[in-house]
Design a protein around this ligand. Structure first.
Ligand code: 6R9
Length: 653
């Protein structure tokens, strides 16, 4: 974990502390008593959290860890996720409450009440049934940020068909890999969506992906942009034709608590993404509880906004399942923050009276760069709580967020969690915690986190190490789809008995936790996890590239930026000037993986630093990419390689 000393010194320089606002403390949903209850009896605590939901059959056992690391929660219990998110609110007189204020990027809007959403979800569920989808079948979604995306997810949940949402920014290639890995037979997509002021097509990528997915029999297409689309008769069907013709009644079936709810693909340390499997009862229990406690949700008053993509786990848990289970009103925004102007988010906060905003540090740092006079032009007085997720938030960004967006009033909750954890794990409770800018503080009630050294022993306060979770939790991943061994190897083998998160962390003198970023070869670019290996394999798939090593270098805006070191084939010369080749390689990676993975910088080198066992020493390349003096080079096969790399680089690198 090179560079930690520096990061930490920087983090700890901010000494200010922020106790909870008294009015929030007085009315908080959860505080110290939740910690006491969970410490006294963890199973009873989670049973009470599960009882906030509606079950068709009660469970007989809260947690079953007898086949560790394969967990079962709420054994024997049965429930329907969509009925919990919609039907019970409508039945109990909350049908007229707005579920989503949707704002399209061009400025078109839609308002969906809980009753509207339930009708739409029933129609879509009937449509999927008509397409032959049955409980257990996988459905892939490749969608823009429109209400139909939420509807399709809930329709899948309603009929027990696990969905896999593929982020709309990913390539046809990435989509194809995911469809094949989970063997989805039906794809839901749209003609396109709006991004940066223009219609951005989605359907062509689906068509391209499906050239090599012979088992996909139906594609359900939402008309969003009206752009021309290719059409395969017998396979493609318009959403408005099929869904629009269905009855708005559908009787929900209760599924086992361990029935698969969704698969979300995330980057690992190899080129093949991991299909993280979440199930029904434990997932919804913890997502709903954490959303209610961490954001102090008051469903009658709040207007809640997670400004993130639904294709990210944050969108699954805190745009769709958590907020709807809690019956709160949310904002859903289709587009980018600077379209048509850099105040778009703040205009939305003002327009809908948003009370709670949840977003990523990369967005906050972008807003910082644009200047505080932009949010200053809007009325942000409705806000009462701010949240952060996706990467470590540096104290400068934390302070700016609290000041420029939160008017020095709103607490900032820094929430640490992962695709794999399903829900928040380490975060302040805003009505109880005294906040430290840059720290997620401590594990939530019912969660056990620890920072351990190389040998798995807890480090003393004031020291750093690896973050682990020492007890199972309800919304934990159940496995990696189709690969139980990889699940064991990736998460449960580094420290036997503990879940290894892949993050470095430090305990301060009070025992509070500071996250320090990934310790493996996974980069975090604007909150998206991209594996170095994935980008490397994309680069070497180009005919001019012989070898490639990729590192994530600190980037003031995106958290990390991708810097690639490549060795060219043959003499390295050829007829393309270097600048042009770099542009070609960047475009090549964008095509192979998606624009988010496009390297910030491509550096042509003669050799790469390797250990004796042949592992590329990325930390040395990171030193170069971040303009630092080189660290320890003693394990290199040939230490002169580093001098050669440095000497050959352009001065600006
Ligand atoms: C929810 C989400 C997970 C990785 C995780 C860590 C980083 C997320 C963080 C944070 C520091 C926070 N991460 N939240 N690091 N502080 N509050 O982001 O899921 O996309 O799976 O990424 O993101 O490195 O391991 P996912």
């Amino acid at each position: 974990m090179d560079g930690d000393g520096e990061t930490l010194a920087n983090l700890l320089r901010e000494e200010r502390r922020f106790p909870p606002p008294p009015e929030m403390a007085a009315a908080a949903n959860a505080g110290e008593d939740a910690f006491r209850a969970a410490d006294a009896d963890g199973d009873a605590f989670w049973a009470a959290a599960a009882a906030r939901l509606e079950w068709a059959e009660p469970w007989t056992q809260v947690r079953d860890w007898s086949r560790a690391p394969f967990a079962r929660w709420f054994t024997g219990g049965r429930l329907n996720v969509a009925a919990n998110c919609l039907d019970r609110h409508v039945r109990d007189g909350r049908g007229d409450r707005v579920a989503f204020h949707w704002e399209g990027e061009p400025g078109d809007t839609r308002t969906l009440t809980y009753a509207d959403l339930k009708d739409e979800v029933c129609r879509a569920a009937n449509a999927l049934l008509e397409l032959g989808v049955r409980a257990g079948d996988r459905v892939a979604l490749y969608m823009p940020m429109i209400p139909e995306t939420v509807v399709a997810m809930l329709a899948c949940a309603r009929i027990g068909a696990p969905h896999t949402v593929v982020f709309g920014g990913f390539s046809a290639e990435a989509l194809r890999g995911r469809i094949l890995d989970c063997d989805a037979r039906v794809v839901v997509t749209a003609d396109g969506g709006y991004r940066k002021g223009a219609a951005s097509a989605l359907k062509p990528a689906v068509d391209e992906a499906l050239e090599q997915c012979p088992d996909v029999r139906s594609v359900l297409v939402v008309r969003r942009t009206g752009q021309d689309v290719g059409w395969t008769d017998g396979r493609d069907v318009w959403w408005h034709d099929l869904v629009g013709a269905q009855p708005a009644e559908h009787e929900p079936e209760a599924f086992d608590a361990e029935h698969p709810l969704y698969i979300m693909y995330t980057s690992g340390t190899t080129a093949r993404p991991k299909g993280i499997l979440h199930t029904t009862g434990g997932y919804l229990t913890q997502v709903a509880w954490s959303h209610w406690a961490v954001f102090d949700i008051k469903p009658e008053q709040d207007v809640y906004w997670t400004a993130a993509d639904i294709g990210w786990v944050t969108g699954h848990s805190y745009i769709v399942y958590g907020p709807l289970a809690n019956g709160v009103t949310s904002v859903l925004y289709e587009g980018t923050p600077d379209t048509p102007h850099q105040g778009r988010w703040w205009e939305i906060v003002q327009k809908y009276g948003v009370t709670i905003l949840y977003c990523a540090p990369t967005a906050i740092r972008t807003f910082m760069k644009w200047g505080e006079e932009i949010p200053g032009r809007f009325d942000l007085s409705s806000l009462r709580l701010l949240g952060s997720v996706g990467e470590p938030i540096n104290p400068e960004a934390w302070m700016w967020y609290r000041h420029a967006i939160g008017s020095d009033r709103c607490p900032v909750v820094d929430t640490w969690w992962q695709t794999e954890t399903g829900a928040h794990m380490i975060s302040p409770l805003p009505g109880a915690a005294t906040l430290k800018p840059g720290s997620a503080l401590r594990a939530l009630p019912g969660i056990r986190a620890e920072v351990v050294d190389d040998t798995g022993k807890p480090v003393p306060n004031g020291s750093g190490g690896y973050l682990v979770l020492t007890e199972p939790w309800p919304s934990m991943l159940r496995t990696i789809w189709g690969d139980e061994q990889r699940y064991i190897d990736t998460y449960w083998s580094r420290f036997p008995g503990y879940y290894f998160a892949g993050d470095g962390a430090k305990k301060d003198e009070d025992g509070d936790i500071w996250l320090l970023g990934r310790v493996d070869d996974v980069m975090n670019v604007s909150g998206h996890r991209i594996s170095t290996t994935e980008v490397e394999s994309a680069l070497v798939s180009h005919p001019r590239v012989a070898e490639a090593a990729v590192v994530g270098a600190a980037d003031a805006t995106t958290g990390q930026g991708i810097v690639a070191f490549v060795i060219l084939r043959g003499d390295g010369g050829g007829d393309t000037p270097d600048g042009e080749l770099a542009a070609k390689l960047r475009a090549h990676v964008a095509k192979e993986i998606g624009p988010i993975a496009r390297p910030r910088q491509i550096l042509v080198v003669g050799e790469l630093p390797k250990t004796r066992s042949g592992k590329i020493m990325r930390r040395l390349l990171r030193d170069i990419a971040e303009n630092r003096p080189l660290g320890d080079v003693t394990t290199l096969t040939d230490s002169s390689v580093m001098d050669a790399i440095r000497d050959g680089l352009p001065a600006a690198a």
